[in-house]
Write a new protein. Structure first.
Length: 272
């Protein structure tokens, strides 16, 4: 396992950030299609032992379980797992929900037939140890499936828009949308995998009619956005400026009531 004991403060802040707002509403109201897309692309089927890293409330883990797999949903934030348990029960899915750090997964080497992450592992602050853990816990011949927002796509641009208003990131932390860059992912996984395929695709989002509607939803529900606004609480001028910047960004991407959010879908086989 990768040693992350030197960064407990980063982990505590990360966990608290994702507990803010209502991320499960984002998963169920805005991006519900992504989990099933990842499950199908990774070829998950009955009887396979599957780990979902950064599972949140189970956007991919629940569809994997409904496909017949033996699924463990792992996430750093217990509050998201609690919501996932209830959603899985409502959907008739049975799976394990376990607190775990993507940079130090609590599993033995070569434990899983498939390891997946749907806009989850991309938010681990240190990309190299997170990638090392994905490979380590997958058996030789097993598959890795990753779905991440691209730097150039809408969510990548949202993070770029918020960056001038946000506190400096912790030393060594890397931008989440880098996981949506094919060259970066290939470098992270290296020759430890074979048959790597990477496809850029767009998710059609019809939840927001205007940029302001998008902004207000994310201010209420999305942990990273809430955290940036919280850091600006004493500066109303900067709050107003960020309000305008996010609304403008949203307006540039709404056409006929639809937004298109680009993501990178990666699948690979662990070398044996």
């Amino acid at each position: 396992m990768t040693d992350t004991t030197t960064t407990p403060d980063i982990k505590a802040k990360h966990r608290a950030m994702w507990a803010l707002g209502d991320y499960p509403a984002v998963a169920t109201d805005v991006i519900p299609a992504l989990g099933p897309v990842l499950v199908r692309a990774t070829g998950i089927g009955p009887g396979e032992k599957v780990l979902d890293v950064g599972a949140g409330s189970g956007n991919a883990a629940i569809p994997a379980a409904l496909a017949g797999a033996d699924v463990t949903a792992s996430d750093l934030t217990p509050e998201l797992l609690d919501v996932g348990r209830a959603e899985a029960e409502a959907a008739g899915a049975t799976l394990a929900w376990e607190v775990g750090d993507a940079e130090a997964l609590p599993y033995e080497d070569a434990t899983f037939d498939a390891v997946i992450s749907c806009v989850g592992v991309m938010f681990a602050p240190h990309h190299r140890p997170a990638a090392d853990e994905l490979v380590r816990v997958t058996r030789p011949g097993g598959r890795i499936g990753l779905l991440s927002w691209t730097p150039e796509g809408f969510i990548g641009q949202m993070f770029a828009t918020m960056k001038p208003y946000a506190p400096p990131p912790p030393a060594g932390a890397q931008p989440p949308p880098l996981w949506g860059d094919e060259a970066h992912v290939r470098e992270l996984l290296g020759d430890r995998v074979t048959d790597l395929t990477a496809t850029r695709t767009e998710l059609e989002v019809d939840r927001f009619a205007t940029g302001a509607e998008f902004r207000d939803f994310f201010k209420q529900c999305y942990g990273p956005t809430i955290a940036v606004y919280s850091s600006l609480a004493a500066d109303p001028d900067r709050v107003a400026a960020l309000d305008q910047a996010l609304a403008d960004l949203g307006d540039r991407h709404v056409s006929g009531g639809v937004m298109r959010w680009e993501y990178l879908l990666v699948t690979a086989t662990v070398a044996g």
